[in-house]
Design a protein around this ligand. Structure first.
Ligand code: FMN
Length: 210
């Protein structure tokens, strides 16, 4: 079976450092036969979760925007990479939208679509359904000028962990430093961490899905 990875960048600018990091990962993964689709959230029509709880009550979301297609692609892939620049010691608003809506989507909405939902018992926090992302392989990276990479990274990793994914690491924290476009390649230690992360990610993908 061919192995497919969806790699998402939460940068608000195109041709960004974070996208560059994903291109480097993609090229390395291609060498072992793993195909990566890079998706930039920038300039996509993406709304915030409205907290209407319609998904919990009916299994439907009232928002029909470009994030739905991205999340659907994530449900089909074997591997997911979440990559985000640090904005104010945090992930970006775009990535936060994916995480807020994604937790509902993967636990309730995608599950309802895949499984017969005609007898939907409704959602309760005592009985959160397993995520459709369960068992997929995950990796996260952040890019930063200097500070807050670890906090942002924790959010990306935690999202994948609560969706029961197998999240891989590297030999050190996966924050790559750089500010001007392209400058992350000068962070030698960050690049080495990125290569190791990519190799660990590829190894687990091959073991599970190769
Ligand atoms: C609104 C905004 C807030 C930022 N806040 C931080 C920050 O808290 N810490 C930091 O190290 N870098 C911060 N940066 C710098 C970016 O993380 C850095 O330039 C990164 O390389 C941008 O990645 P990108 O090219 O993928 O967008 C900020 C940048 C912007 C635009």
């Amino acid at each position: 079976m061919s192995i497919k990875v969806i790699a998402i960048t939460g940068s608000h600018r195109k041709n960004s450092n974070t996208e560059l990091a994903l291109q480097i990962m993609s090229k390395r993964l291609a060498k072992i036969g793993v195909e990566t689709e890079i998706i930039a959230l920038a300039n996509k029509k993406i709304e915030h979760c409205r907290a209407c709880d319609n998904c919990k009550k009916t299994g439907n979301c009232l928002i029909d925007d470009e994030l739905v297609e991205i999340m659907e692609k994530m449900t089909i892939a074997q591997g997911i990479i979440l990559a985000c620049p640090v904005y104010s010691f945090n992930i970006t608003p775009l990535m936060q939208d994916l995480i807020a809506r994604g937790n509902r989507f993967f636990h309730i909405l995608a599950k309802s679509a895949i499984e017969d939902n005609s007898n939907n018992p409704g959602f309760t926090y005592k009985n959160i359904p397993s995520s459709v992302l369960k068992g997929k392989v995950g990796a996260a990276i952040t890019t930063a000028r200097r500070a807050g990479g670890g906090m942002a990274l924790w959010k990306l990793n935690n999202f994948m962990l609560v969706n029961e994914m197998y999240v891989v690491g590297s030999c050190y924290e996966n924050t790559i430093f750089g500010n001007e476009r392209g400058s992350i390649v000068k962070d030698i230690e960050g690049m080495n961490n990125l290569y190791k992360l990519t190799d660990n990610f590829g190894t687990l993908l091959k073991k599970l899905f190769g």
